[in-house]
Structure formats: C-alpha cells, structure tokens
Design a protein around this ligand. Structure first.
Ligand SMILES: [Zn+2]
Length: 380
C-alpha cells in the first residue's frame, strides 16, 4: 500500500464559476467584458493531469470521494448557509456563496458536498493508518468559508468539516492546521477561534484577502486563547522568509501544541507568477515546506499529515508546485523538473529582509501563548 493518499474526481472540475472579469461579475452595460473567472478549473485540472502523466498517480493510494452528509456539513455550517448554497445551486444560472465574488454554478452544491466528503475520506484513511499522509485535490476550495457564509471562492469549509468529523468519529482530539495559501485562512480561524482542540496557523500576505484580516493580534479567544496564530508576511517574501517563519513560528508552535494530526490548507497562490498574490515562492519552496511539516509530523504524530487544496491561479506554474508537494509527501521523484526554476531562481532566493524578519519575530512571541496538551480540553 502506498504511503500517500490522493483524492480526485472529475466533478471537481465541473464546478462552474462562469464568466467574470477575473473577480468582477461580467456586466457589459457597466463596461465589464466577460472573461474567465480566476477560480477556473484549469489550474486544478492541470495539476491532476501532471500527476497522471508523470506516472505519480500509479504510486498513490487513490481514495474515492463521497458526498458529505447533512450531519457532517452541519457540524460546521449553519442550516441557513447550507440552504442558501443548495437553493442557489438549483437555479439554472446559479448564484453567489455570500460575498459577491464566489460563484455557485448549477449543481455546485453537490460538487461542494463531494469536495468536503473527499477531505473527510482522506483524513479518515490517515487517522486509521491506512496511509501516512495524503493530498485532496478538491474544488471548490474552503478556507475562507465561515460557519454562516461562503466567501473568497469558497462554499463549504472542507478542512473544518473534516476536522469535526475526525474529532467526532475517529478519536482524533488535537488537530493543527497550517495554512500556506497566500490569503488569510479566515474561515478556518473563525470556526475554531474559541476552541483549544484546534490550533490554526496562517502564513499569508499582509492585508491581501480578506481586507483587514489575519492580523498578529488575532490570537484566539476564550478557551481558544492562544490557538490562532497569524504571520502576515510583507509582499515580496521569498523562500527564505517562508522558511524562517516555519522555523521560528510554525514548528515551535506545533512542538508546543503536540497535535494528533497536522492538516494543511494548501494554496499555491504565493507562487511567483500568481495573479492574486505578490509573494515569490517556487515549486522547490513547496517541496521544502512540505518536507519541514513532514519532519514535524514524524516527530509529533506518527507522520499523520493531510493536505486540502485551496487557491493557486497561475495555471502554467501551479501544477509544478503541486507535483513538488506530492513528490515530497510520497518520497517518489518523477523526473519532471520545474521548467521555470532557472528563470525564477533569483526571485525565490531573495534573502530574508529586515522588515520580513520583524513581522516573523513578532509572531514568534505568540508561540508561548499556545496551550500545552495538558491544558487543553477536547471539543464536544
Ligand atoms: Zn488564496
């Protein structure tokens, strides 16, 4: 049995975000010419096809997604939000998940259930020891969705739904989320903001999306005090800055929290070519970040590590970032090399700069607020 699981289904690429001028809904009378929505299937389909063509697919444990049940979705989301997505999805022209930027296509409700259920199945296989780690190439994404609304292209919070399932059904008590999407993992943070059984750590571009979200001061509340950590990295941060954040914040926080499983909100929109971020990571960075988290998972929780796909909008480059993460998880090299490695090397190799260090050092002070295992209680 391969050590790495992989969740995929063609329907994930059938979630129809329609035409838009990138973000703005098309509106010819207002001068907004229809184009493709940023959150189109292309990037994700190209990741999957590269995983297939490279031969890696044959060496992964393919895990079949299934729709999440009402009970599983309602552990995280309000009935009102679920009904809104369902009714929008039934309309021939769809609707929006909540913020005006998150299209719901006809039938997207069922595809969103399949995405959440796919992440549940991946986490289940990891929790049961059938695989050591894995990747769910699911769509629509989830990390911006809060309990009562979708936003930022997200309908249901796939990761949060899988976490609640793991805690309710699989005996997994303490879970850490590392979100390296370039945007703040606001939805996941909000859902667990008062909950000491989930540690959320988000590395994101400062004040990118959502606006005014993901500040250092957002550190959890009530019983969850200390259980939310944000590292709002300045635009233009490269591999050295991200690795410094891992070494000084993420890994010390994980060591202190001692989770039973580590989950990753894996967006690749901090890549150097992305239209929706201004960071400077490459495929090699994602391999290194993955290896760093695997090392932590080996030490802390038997290697249990599961990734949920989130953003990433440079269709030409993201597939190589995804392949790098999957090669690292599986320990298998396909021989496919990053075709842009030489071109982007100078960007990625930017040294850690003082203004980046300052933010990361400030976030490192928050590690002391992370509750030790004995101090935490399990969520009901
Ligand atoms: Zn993103």
């Amino acid at each position: 049995m391969p050590r790495t699981g992989y969740v995929y289904h063609p329907l994930f690429f059938w979630h129809d975000t329609g035409t838009a001028a990138g973000l703005a809904p098309a509106n010819p009378p207002a001068g907004i010419q229809p184009l493709a929505h940023f959150e189109s299937p292309d990037t994700k389909r190209r990741i999957h096809e590269l995983v297939h063509v490279s031969g890696l697919l044959d060496n992964l444990a393919q895990i079949r997604p299934r729709p999440a049940t009402d009970e599983e979705i309602l552990r995280v989301h309000t009935l009102g939000h679920v009904e809104h997505i369902k009714s929008s999805s039934a309309h021939p022209r769809g609707g929006d998940a909540g913020d005006g930027y998150s299209p719901v296509g006809q039938g997207s409700y069922d595809i969103a259930l399949l995405a959440a259920g796919g992440m549940i199945e991946l986490v289940t296989a990891v929790a049961r020891g059938e695989i050591t780690n894995g990747y769910a190439l699911i769509r629509p994404p989830g990390h911006h969705a809060t309990a009562d609304t979708g936003m930022g292209f997200c309908l249901f919070n796939n990761l949060a739904i899988a976490i609640r399932h793991a805690q309710a059904e699989l005996g997994v008590e303490r879970i850490a989320v590392v979100d390296w999407d370039v945007h703040h993992g606001n939805g996941t943070q909000a859902i667990f903001y008062n909950d000491p059984s989930v540690l959320t750590i988000s590395l994101h571009q400062d004040n990118c999306f959502p606006p005014n979200s993901g500040l250092l001061a957002e550190n959890g509340e009530g019983d969850g005090a200390g259980c939310a950590i944000n590292v709002p990295l300045p635009p233009g941060t490269g591999s050295a800055g991200y690795q410094y954040a891992m070494d000084e914040v993420v890994i010390p926080a994980l060591n202190r929290y001692s989770p039973d499983m580590i989950l990753v909100a894996s967006g690749y929109d901090a890549n150097v070519l992305d239209p929706l971020g201004r960071q400077m990571l490459g495929a090699s960075t994602y391999a290194t970040l993955t290896a760093t988290l695997m090392d932590a998972a080996d030490r802390l929780c038997g290697g249990r590590l599961a990734m949920a796909h989130e953003g990433g909008y440079a269709a030409s480059y993201v597939p190589f970032c995804g392949l790098a993460a999957l090669e690292t998880l599986s320990g298998i090299r396909t021989g496919i090399l990053d075709p842009l490695a030489d071109i982007v090397a100078g960007w990625l190799d930017q040294p850690l700069l003082d203004h980046q260090r300052k933010v990361i050092d400030a976030a490192a002070w928050l590690v002391a607020n992370v509750p030790l295992p004995a101090a935490a209680t399990t969520a009901a």
